[in-house]
Write a protein that binds this ligand. Structure first.
Ligand code: HEC
Length: 169
């Protein structure tokens, strides 16, 4: 079969991965089943499934051809530039082994925890929740956290790009 024929008849066996912001999907369940049970498109992936199938943590390759969801290369530039993350999380280990007082108490009524050692960001997507007390449940939360703490004024797209980069570490 020629590629055009495969496309015309919809025979390509590897449809795109499901993602909350990319409605068409269905690598895990065939289309016919999703039509019958729409909830399957956002099914609960608590166990048994490899990372590549978790809609909330799309594989890097998936992000690379859907830059709207966050772009790894743009995220890398931000990380080492405007967002200043690399000042405390420098490559290759993405940590500086130093203590930093983020002064969270500027924003809360808590007393604050004083200086805390930086964590490595290698493989960070696999170890939620984040920060020493687990106050950030997702990588999106940590980006928002540092956006406030560091006064970065990142745009929504820039936040997505940083998350995409951290998924790749
Ligand atoms: C001033 C130094 C500093 C800068 C700049 C900084 N971080 Fe951090 N980062 C820390 C410290 C210290 C911690 C540990 C804080 C805690 O546990 O409360 C941390 C923790 C984290 C964690 C959680 C790690 C884990 O294992 O729980 C993530 C994710 C993270 N930083 C991402 C970023 C990103 C993204 C940026 C840039 C937007 C950034 N950091 C900028 C110092 C910094």
């Amino acid at each position: 079969m020629e590629p055009e024929d495969v496309r015309k008849d919809g025979h390509f066996p590897y449809p795109p991965l499901p993602h909350p912001e990319q409605a068409p999907g269905g690598q895990v369940f065939p289309d016919i089943q999703i039509k019958q049970f729409p909830r399957l498109q956002r099914f609960d992936v608590d166990f048994d499934l490899p990372d590549a199938f978790i809609p909330e943590l799309p594989p890097v390759i998936f992000l690379q051809n859907r830059p709207k969801l966050g772009d790894v290369s743009r995220g890398e530039k931000l990380f080492f530039g405007k967002a200043k993350c690399s000042t405390c999380h420098p490559a290759p280990f993405y940590l500086d082994d130093k203590m930093h007082d983020l002064q969270v108490e500027r924003f809360t009524k808590e007393p604050g925890d004083g200086p805390i050692k930086t964590f490595t960001l290698r493989g960070i997507k696999d170890s939620p929740p984040y920060l020493h007390d687990g106050r950030c449940l997702t990588l999106e939360d940590t980006v928002e956290f540092f956006n406030l703490i560091l006064g970065l004024k990142l745009s929504e797209q820039e936040k997505k790009d940083l998350v995409a980069f951290m998924l790749a570490l």
